[in-house]
Design a protein around this ligand. Structure first.
Ligand code: ADP
Ligand code: MG
Length: 239
């Protein structure tokens, strides 16, 4: 008898996409995308979706202050545009105020916005902003992009591209290829960024894209890089 090829996807991955499809969403919430990344062993912030103020306070204490609060709504893809991100919350009262403020802001932004919950997450320390993205090319399939955040991507277009799948050497080359690579090496007294972690994120994202044809577009913006590691602090996935 022929042996089965062991290319069965983790059922937890199927579940994430199934929930989104059942709710007729064409995108994954940030927390769903981060759960997906965790299944590929990529580093993400600690998260909890709270439905009540009390639940948010409990989660904040479990995660530890300072905390970031964000809107979770099927109608809101760009959270800051909707006043849906509050950084650096320091205490329980701040969680309660922030919880209500975000809901208020969301309603002002879009009166029809449904609120799924409030995402409570660990506040990542300051680091070098990195962006990893992907789009699906009609001819070549999933394509990966790497760059530094802010003006480097938006104004200087200093990015590198590869068609997936890539191996860890390709990933390293993608990083070395950008013009601003010296910033990652710690030029001008900037703290260096841990390239091996960034290469691993690129490589694992490539694996994920190959296993998840549901992903049409992906955006990790930003990833914060540190001398010894990196952390994905925001994520968007379009299906
Ligand atoms: P948007 O949906 O508007 O892109 P983000 O989740 O990216 O929302 O949040 C906006 C900005 O807030 C980010 O670009 C980042 O600078 C900061 N930020 C978001 N989450 C965190 C976090 N967990 N720790 C530190 N900074 C964060
Ligand atoms: Mg973002």
């Amino acid at each position: 008898m022929r042996k089965e090829v062991s290319s069965v996807r983790n059922p937890k991955i199927d579940e994430i996409f199934r929930v989104a499809k059942d709710e007729e969403r064409n995108f994954l919430y940030e927390h769903e995308a981060k759960k997906l990344f965790s299944l590929y062993e990529m580093p993400v912030t600690k998260i909890h979706v709270a439905e009540t103020e009390d639940d948010a306070v409990k989660a904040a204490n479990k995660i530890g202050y300072p905390i970031v609060l964000k809107i979770v709504s099927p109608q809101i893809l760009h959270k800051s545009d909707a006043g849906g991100v509050i950084l650096g919350v320091e205490d329980d009262q701040g969680i309660r105020d922030g919880f209500n403020m975000i809901i208020k802001n969301a309603k002002v932004y879009n009166a029809n916005a449904e609120i799924t919950g409030i995402l409570v997450q660990e506040m990542a320390p300051k680091g070098t902003e990195i962006i990893v993205g992907s789009t699906t090319d009609p001819t070549f399939g999933p394509t990966l992009m790497f760059g530094l955040g802010g003006i480097f991507v938006e104004i200087l277009k200093d990015v590198s591209f590869r068609v997936a799948p890539i191996d860890i050497i390709d990933a390293t080359e993608m990083i070395e290829e950008i013009k601003a690579v010296k910033i990652l090496d710690g030029a001008r007294g900037m703290p260096p960024s841990h390239k091996p972690t960034l290469a691993e994120i690129l490589y694992k994202t490539s694996n994920m894209l190959m296993e998840c044809p549901e992903i049409k577009e992906l955006d990790m913006n930003p990833i914060l890089a540190y001398p010894d590691t990196a952390l994905i602090v925001d994520a968007r996935i379009i299906m």
